[in-house]
Write a protein that binds this ligand. Structure first.
Ligand SMILES: Nc1nc2c(ncn2[C@@H]2O[C@H](COP(=O)(O)OP(=O)(O)O)[C@@H](O)[C@H]2O)c(=O)[nH]1
Ligand SMILES: [Mg+2]
Length: 379
């Protein structure tokens, strides 16, 4: 077995860095530099046991490290996150015949199946704790195990149950695909309704220009945020209405375009004005927001709501209704919030495979589906 070492933490300074090495007689090689605090022989520790000690270089310089045998032939070394300690440990191991490889090469040559490997690779692209935890569940095998179970059902001839579970998996992609890619929310509405003001409130800083002259947001501004730990990209648009001005026309054209293709349209309307039906065709995934509630008293708001579709009442000035708005945005985007450990389809490729399998099962190609699942889990 080849001797290899990889640095698992990203380059640069951090509190802790992790290296991993494997190969023939890995214990012997590590023991040349590592002395456990308990002064026991390193090879006498069980797999999984965490051992504190010091790593001493040939120059005599010593470093506190935490070492763990991950398997009979794999050892993980955690050291100070500065580059000096990492470089020294890597070069000490290289002097013992360890080839230095990247973390991706490490993953590719490990024993994870292709789905778990992909999850491990994408984990670094998850930007929030909840999405990272869901991706980690997939790295730990949530999706692989579900596919294995579905394949087992097909072997047993329980095709209907297999189909039901594939349908559930398909549904999970609406959350799974957004573990990495933010949801795309477009804020649309007539000029001066308070779209840019609301966006600024949500993002917490003045990203969009707010002006008293209608039609100021000439271009699309995008801000990235997280709602309940899910990444959401919010796009402010030029107001939707006829305009003679060329520049504004261009901005308006962009908003029409965006209303058509996004995960959710938030249509902002000023509640102190008469209700006007949106001129653009809005999809089912439209959330209505009635802004500027601070300009009306409660009874006036009730009257104004009487002529409008259901929606959220907000004020970008007082902050009223903003939390409610965020909650409604996330429930519109994710009607079924995934739970811990749930299998999720997290790539477009996985989603289209599930669609293919469902089609194949309709036309009785059970064997092909089983073969494809097996291939995916064994690669
Ligand atoms: N009183 C009040 N004024 C608001 C509110 N939201 C926005 N405005 C004001 O309405 C004007 C237009 O706001 P802006 O965000 O630029 O609207 P947009 O054209 O839809 O982007 C600005 O003068 C804002 O200060 C609100 O909730 N209450
Ligand atoms: Mg604006």
């Amino acid at each position: 077995m080849k001797r290899q070492v990889a640095i698992l933490t990203p380059p640069g300074r951090s509190a802790i860095a992790t290296l991993i090495c494997r190969g023939e007689n890995v214990d012997t090689a590590v023991s040349e530099f590592f002395t456990p605090k308990a002064l026991r022989d390193f090879s006498s520790y069980r797999v999984g046991q965490i051992v504190f000690g010091s790593w001493t270089q040939p120059s005599g310089q010593s470093e506190d490290v935490v070492v763990c045998r991950k398997s009979e032939s794999t050892v993980e070394v955690n050291c100070h996150g500065g580059t000096a300690a990492v470089d020294a440990i890597e070069s000490n191991l290289k002097s013992k015949g360890f080839e230095s490889i990247t973390w991706k090469q490490w993953l590719d040559s490990g024993d994870l199946d292709s789905i778990r490997r992909k999850a491990a690779e994408l984990l670094v692209a998850c930007s929030t704790l909840p999405t990272s935890l869901h991706m980690l569940d997939q790295q730990h095998g949530a999706l692989s195990e579900e596919l294995c179970a579905i394949s087992g059902l097909l072997v047993d001839g329980a095709v209907d149950e297999a189909k039901t579970r594939l349908h559930h998996l398909y549904d999970s992609s609406s959350a799974g695909l957004h573990l990495v890619k933010p949801f795309d929310v477009v804020i649309a509405g007539f000029p001066n309704a308070g779209k840019s003001s609301l966006l600024n409130q949500i993002l917490g800083y003045d990203r969009a220009i707010v002006a008293e002259i209608p039609g100021t947001t000439r271009d699309v501004l995008t801000g990235l945020t997280a709602i309940n730990g899910w990444p959401v990209s919010m796009r402010d648009t030029a107001g939707i209405r006829e305009s003679d001005e060329d520049v504004e026309q261009q901005g308006i054209h962009k908003s029409y375009h965006q209303v058509a293709k996004c995960d959710l349209v938030v249509w902002v309307d000023a509640i102190n004005q008469d209700w006007i039906e949106p001129e653009v065709e809005l999809s089912d995934s439209t959330l209505f927001v009635f802004n500027k509630s601070d300009l009306l008293c409660e009874s006036e708001i009730d009257v104004a709501l009487g002529s409008r579709p259901a929606g959220v009442v907000t004020s970008a000035v007082s902050g009223e209704g903003l939390n409610d708005l965020l909650q409604q945005v996330i429930t519109s985007l994710l009607p079924a919030m995934p739970v811990t450990g749930q299998p999720l389809l997290f790539t477009e490729g996985q989603k289209s495979k599930v669609i293919d399998w469902l089609t194949m099962l309709e036309s009785d190609h059970r064997d092909t589906v089983m073969q494809q699942i097996t291939a995916l889990l064994s690669s």
